[in-house]
Structure formats: C-alpha cells, structure tokens
Design a binder for this molecule. Structure first.
Ligand code: COD
Ligand code: ZN
Ligand code: ZN
Length: 370
C-alpha cells in the first residue's frame, strides 16, 4: 500500500480537499501508475457540481493525466515499471464486438456500461480516513498514485514530456478527433464551433488540419477569441451581440448554413442551435459536450427531414489504446501544438485555484503537477 497525496471530492458542491490517501497494490490485470501531471477538464467540474451522471461520492476526479508505471498486477504484459503512460478514460479491451469493429471506439468493457465508480471487480483501491473512496472513469488522475485496468492504459514514447502530453488523455483528442474522425471534415468546407474552451479549440485545430476554409468560433466570452484566431478560426461571433438566434446569424453569414457544426458547450439549447446552423441537406452536427443528466434536446423534426445529421462523439472517435501513442508521436513530430492550450501550470495543492480560473473563464487548460 502506498500513502500519497490526492484531491478528494467528498460531496457535491464542496471544493476538492487535499488529503493523504492509501492506494492498494494492483490486482491481476491492473497497473499502478505514478501520476506526474494532470489537466483540469470541465468534466471534472461537472463532478464537483453534481451534474455528471452516475457518480458516487467520495470520489477522486481527474481524467487527463500522464505518468509512469510503478508496479503491475499478475498477468500484465503490455507495460512494465518505468514505462511512460497515459491513462485512458475510454478503454480498449481489444476483444469485444465494438473493439473488433474498425468503425467503433466505444469499448463494451468500459465504465460507461458499468457506471459504479469502482474498478471492474467492483472494489476500490483507494481509502482515506478509513473510508472507501470511489474511482472516476477508472482513471482518477487527481491522485499521485492510481490503479487502472491494463486495457485502459496506453504506453507512450519515453521522450514525451508528461506535463504537456497529459492533454492527450482527454481534451485534445476529443476535440481534434470530433473534426477529423467523427465529422470527417473535408478540405474547403465551412465549420462552426460552439464553445471555444480547451475542447472547442481542439476542434478548431482539427478543422484546420482537415483543410476547412472557413472556421467560425462562437462563444459568449470574447476573451476566448484571440486564442481561437491563433489556432485557426477565421471568424469569431458572440451570440450576445445579436437580437436574433445565432443559427440565423450563421445561416446568413454562410448562405445556407455551415457544412459542419460542433457543440462544445454541453447545453441542450446550444445543441439545437448548432444543428440548425448546418446546411439542411448535407450538414453534419457533432455533439461533443454532454448536457446535464436528465436534460432533453428539443429537435424540430423538420430540421432533420431534409437530410441534416446529428451525431455524438466519445473521445473524438479514437480507438484509444491504438491511437493515443500515435498522437503522442505526432505531437513529438510537431504535427500539432497542443501546448498552446495550456494557460496555467500549478502544483496539485492549488487544484481549487485551477477550478476557479476555469469557472471565471480565465484559463483554457491548467496543468497540475504532483
Ligand atoms: N454559447 C456559446 N458558448 C458558450 C455558451 C453559449 N451559450 N455557454 C458557455 N460557452 C462557452 C464558455 O464561455 C467556454 O469558453 C466554452 O463554452 C466551454 O469551454 P470550457 O473551457 O468551459 O470547457 P472544456 O472545453 O474543457 O469542455 C467542454 C465540454 C463540452 C467538452 C465539457 O463541458 C463536457 O460536456 N464534457 C463531457 C463530454 C465529453 O465527451 N468529454 C470528453 C471526456 S471529458
Ligand atoms: Zn475531459
Ligand atoms: Zn472492448
């Protein structure tokens, strides 16, 4: 058992609490990882607010981390102590029907099918003050040491800077893949990205890499526009500057609506607006954000009838164990610069300050260091 630092969410609505936790050794098929760096994603804030579905408290959040293997359980062969790794919040078992389908990235052996915030054997490796602490998405990267199933761990290049490639655990691949894999943006096309936080900016980078000729960034916080332009947005608009609905503004700007729209806010009403912003016949709207649990998206059937497509994406459609090591290699080859998303680097003890920056709209990505 290792005693180490972790940021624990004891209950909804409470700030994270810096604690010393006990981390049990990995069981068969599991890997214990020393987390070196972890980004703060809005989804972690959804846990603190209580809007993420099926979370049991107390829980250790965090799902955008990078670290080094400390020890492995019986039967683990794909990684060994000392390897640099990225924990995967969407696993890839390699055996289920979805893993065997080249079109799918939604492994059936994931916590999405078993949403109980415990490891696959339905127990926890974390305790604190005598209480069992829940895992989050099987990764819990706000703990200095965490235990993860082998099939949710990707071994990466030993040269990778962990304080930078941690973003490849969630935000960057989610947005970049939404454009490249899910929408399959074509060269010369027009795109609209609703919400340009860390994930929306990554969508912009993906649209640009795919050769889009016009990329419209939509956000209610105009402070986000400078970075959006730097990363490839050709136009930036705030819905608050117009009396009419933003979908009408976008339709006028583009003639018949954009070819691809992306919802990266996580609200039901912006999903509806994004859908109505893409052209009626071949337009594709990709929902990246997850609206609060229990919400419904009101859709006028006449929006879909002429041919528009509304689809979702999980982690940008990547088969994570295959793709994340390749994305790390592409990062090292400077094929994209996800470092531009990092606005703050803080010690783990200042985790709540990182969340304050996010809520105030002052940060894109804060990276926490252990
Ligand atoms: N119209 C336009 N922009 C808006 C609006 C609005 N009505 N409301 C808020 N925004 C802007 C904010 O100003 C902000 O710039 C942006 O939307 C949101 O950005 P962040 O930085 O708060 O959040 P991200 O980029 O870290 O994450 C956004 C998600 C939508 C991805 C996240 O909230 C979410 O829903 N995550 C779960 C979905 C998922 O698949 N995640 C992958 C694993 S996390
Ligand atoms: Zn995330
Ligand atoms: Zn699988």
């Amino acid at each position: 058992v290792i005693r180490c630092r972790a940021a624990v969410a004891w209950a909804v609505g409470k700030p994270l609490s810096a604690e010393e936790v006990e981390v049990a050794p990995p069981k068969a098929g599991e890997v214990r990882i020393k987390i070196v760096a972890t980004g703060i994603c809005r989804t972690d804030d959804h846990i603190l607010e209580g809007s993420f579905p099926n979370v049991d408290y107390p829980v250790i959040p965090g799902h955008e981390g990078a670290g080094i293997v400390e020890s492995v359980g019986e039967g683990v062969t794909s990684v060994k102590p000392g390897d640099k790794v990225i924990p995967l919040c969407l696993p890839q078992c390699g055996e289920c029907s979805f893993c065997l389908n080249p079109e799918s990235n939604h492994c059936l052996k994931s916590h999405v099918s078993e949403p109980q915030n415990l490891l696959p054997d339905k127990t926890s490796r974390f305790t604190c003050k005598g209480k069992q602490i829940h895992h989050f998405l099987w990764v819990s990267t706000f703990a200095e040491y965490t235990v993860i199933p082998e099939y949710a761990v990707a071994k990466i290049d030993a040269a990778a800077p962990l304080d930078k490639v941690c973003l490849l655990g969630c935000g960057f691949p989610t947005g970049y893949g939404a454009a490249i894999n899910t929408a399959k943006v074509k060269p010369g096309s027009t795109c609209a990205v609703f919400g340009v936080g860390g994930v929306g900016l990554s969508v912009i980078m993906g649209c640009k890499a795919a050769g889009a000729s016009r990329i419209i960034a939509i956000d209610i916080n105009k402070d986000k526009f400078a970075k959006a332009k730097e990363l490839g947005a050709t136009d930036c608009v705030s819905p608050r500057d117009f009396k009419k609905p933003i979908q009408e503004v976008l339709t006028e700007m583009t003639g018949h609506g954009v070819d691809y729209s992306f919802e990266v806010v996580g609200h039901a009403d912006t999903v509806t607006a994004a859908l109505a912003s893409c052209n009626m016949n071949t337009g594709i709207c990709v929902m990246v954000g997850v609206p609060a649990s229990g919400s419904v998206i009101p859709v006028d059937p006449m929006l879909l009838l002429p041919g528009r497509t509304l689809k979702g994406t999980l982690l940008g459609g990547w088969k994570m164990r295959d793709s994340i090591p390749k994305l790390v290699s592409s990062y090292l080859e400077k094929k994209f610069n996800s470092d531009l998303l990092i606005t703050h680097t803080l010690p783990i003890a200042r985790v709540n300050e990182g969340f304050e920056l996010l809520r105030a709209g002052k940060s894109i990505r804060s990276v926490l260091l252990f």
